[in-house]
Ligand binder design. Structure first.
Ligand code: ATP
Ligand code: MG
Length: 343
């Protein structure tokens, strides 16, 4: 439905967006993931039409949106800071956009109440928005973005300032809403966990370009380079050298390791590569290939398990484990070849 074609944008002589292109299908949720200042909000503003690109096009169902005014595009944007009107109550905040386009009062009432009900805020209709918590304001902002029945929803870090429990709940609510309404959405965040949970597809933005796109599972399994891996919180990256084929074997500081070749790439014997060891790779006390031994340097309790920092030779790696270990414990185990790959 939406086609973003080769969008370029400069600010103060510096390129911010450099040739951004992607498509969004009906019912699909794309997550745009990038560091602070990477141009995520700017891209949403360009799509919505409140900002112009230097070059490139935004198309909807094949039609160029360049000369289509904002309200006729009918793309809903939920701003990063909610941008509610502080002097208006909840009802009037949500009603504002409908009144602006001349929707009759009885219909405004009906439609606003439906949206407020969807986000669980109907009982707050008469409350001033300044007397709401962050999470409640977020729900009102969501209702306001939904009430014009947008054909595309753009959500700019909608859970920005909320605590973790609330984020989880609201994320689920937004997911349900998107599934029920079938509205395609672009969801901007810099939180990988949030992106993994809600996205059908991820776009990873770096230095103004989309450096990797794909299903969350495939990007997590096979990040294209060290930067993407680290950005996704995968910190176990180890220099290695190819020593054998069949099975593919590399030499590292922690010993020789057999790995699964995820990609159809021809390696050479002796080639230097970066190895990614995912945090689920370590199986404690298991005999087999890829034996390693080390010492526990630090342990973090995660609720459902433990995040353990292990020192092996001169290398420090992080693993998620079910069993409780203590600082100083010696550990023996093997690394699952399926959780080790070449970047
Ligand atoms: P965050 O995650 O912090 O919200 P972002 O990815 O949304 O960041 P943008 O708000 O798009 O980033 O801004 C990208 C860069 O462009 C920033 O360095 C910002 O200072 C700059 N910028 C944004 N708007 C303007 C403007 N109107 N004029 C000049 N520079 C701008
Ligand atoms: Mg932003």
């Amino acid at each position: 439905m939406l086609t973003v074609e080769n969008i370029e944008k400069m600010y103060e002589g510096k390129p911010l967006l450099r040739g951004i292109s992607f498509e969004l299908k009906q019912g699909e949720t794309i997550c745009l993931l990038g560091r602070s200042g990477s141009g995520k909000s700017t891209l949403l503003r360009i799509i919505v039409g409140i900002e112009l690109p230097d070059s490139g096009r935004i198309l909807w169902a094949g039609k160029d949106m360049a000369n289509v005014p904002i309200h006729e595009r009918n793309f809903g944007l939920m701003f990063q800071d909610y941008a509610l009107f502080p002097h208006k109550n909840v009802f009037n905040n949500v009603a504002f956009g409908l009144r602006m386009i001349g929707v009759p009062a009885d219909q405004v009432k009906k439609r606003v109440e439906i949206e407020l009900d969807k986000v669980g805020m109907l009982n707050f209709s008469r409350r001033r928005v300044t007397e709401l918590s962050g999470g409640e304001q977020q729900r009102v902002a969501l209702a306001r973005a939904l009430v014009p029945k947008p054909r595309l929803l753009l959500l700019d870090e909608p859970l920005g300032a909320l605590d973790k429990t609330l984020r989880g709940q609201l994320l689920q609510d937004i997911h349900t809403l998107l599934l029920e309404t079938g509205i395609p959405a672009i969801y901007v965040t810099h939180d990988q966990e949030e992106a993994f949970r809600i996205a059908d597809r991820l776009l990873i933005l770096r230095d103004g370009e989309i450096v990797q796109s794909g299903a969350p599972q495939s990007i997590y399994r096979d990040p294209k380079d060290t930067w993407v891996a680290k950005f996704l919180g995968l910190n176990n990256i180890l220099p290695a050298r190819i020593v054998r084929f069949n099975p593919l074997t590399v030499e590292t500081d922690i010993g020789e390791l057999e790995i699964e070749p995820f990609r159809e790439i021809q390696y050479k014997i002796g080639q230097e590569v970066d190895l990614l060891i995912r945090p689920d790779a370590l199986i404690i006390n298991q005999a087999g290939n890829n034996q390693i031994s080390g010492k526990v340097k630090d342990v973090f309790f995660l609720g459902e398990g433990y995040h353990v920092i292990v020192k092996l030779n001169s290398t420090t790696l992080e693993f998620d484990l079910a069993q409780e270990l203590k600082i100083g414990d010696a550990i023996q185990g093997s690394l699952d070849a399926n959780s080790v790959s070449i970047l």
